[in-house]
Design a protein around this ligand. Structure first.
Ligand SMILES: [Zn+2]
Length: 254
């Protein structure tokens, strides 16, 4: 059906080890002589179809409707794909360096009331973006200097140039590299002195978050990591990559 997974769906290539030369068992399952796994092509096809809807950012509810499948099953598959993406982002991560922008944002909670820093009932997310590179995100318990610097230290190379706004937590950031602190009101149209890159990512993520009403607070990480992944690979063929990620980190179809 879809390029990127056709070889597996038609049973030409083993889903688990990638070998050719599969046999069909009498119960219609597929058998691989190399890794000796037995599995149902039909289940795999359904699972990859669900993955395709996930790739298109169709909600689990709509996907279940389209495929005439059980919502809970589809929803569990979506969660498995997201967890696979979390593992993949850890594996592919390389320390950010050069010109990097750091900023925090808030997701979820009620729209009314306090917004921005310290907003009640919202989840704080810290983001670091390498200009012309990738973004890294982390769900954080608070936005103290101690918490944010822990991520800076682990995820960026020393000697990077940091662009931030004038939030107090960034005051001592210079211990990790040069720090350009920008007053928000003056943030635009000043050459290198801006954090438009990370702010672009926040709008990208927020637009998608609007679709997910009622994400439980403890579940934010996989969603934000999905946004990070989609953003970092936005210029690539995403579906074949998702198939590979699923094979590597969430191979089972039930
Ligand atoms: Zn195999």
């Amino acid at each position: 059906m879809v390029v990127g997974s056709a070889m597996y769906e038609h049973g030409r290539k083993c889903w688990f080890c990638g070998s050719y030369g599969l046999s069909r068992l009498s119960d219609k399952r597929i058998w691989c002589g190399k890794c000796r796994k037995k599995y149902s092509l039909k289940k795999l096809q359904t699972d990859l179809r669900v993955l395709y809807y996930f790739y298109l950012e169709v909600s689990a509810r709509k996907c279940a409707k389209e495929l005439n499948a059980n919502y809970k099953t589809v929803s569990a598959r979506y969660a498995a794909y997201r967890n696979a993406i979390v593992k993949y982002t850890e594996q592919e991560f390389k320390k950010l360096h050069g010109k990097v922008e750091a900023d925090e944002s808030y997701f979820g909670g009620k729209r009314k009331g306090n917004r921005g820093r310290g907003a009640f009932n919202k989840k704080a997310v810290f983001g670091i973006l390498e200009r012309n590179g990738k973004v890294y995100t982390a769900v954080v318990e608070n936005v103290s200097a101690k918490t944010l610097f822990k991520h800076i230290k682990k995820k960026t190379r020393k000697g990077s140039v940091f662009y931030t706004d004038d939030f107090k937590s960034y005051k001592d950031l210079k211990q990790y590299g040069k720090n350009s602190r920008i007053k928000h009101s003056k943030a635009f149209g000043r050459g290198h002195n801006h954090i438009n890159g990370i702010e672009g990512f926040w709008s990208y993520a927020e637009e998608r978050f609007h679709k997910y009403h009622g994400i439980k607070k403890k579940n934010y990480l996989p969603y934000i990591k999905e946004m990070e992944f989609r953003f970092n690979h936005r210029n690539e063929q995403l579906y074949p990559l998702l198939v590979d990620i699923k094979r590597q980190f969430a191979p089972k179809s039930t």
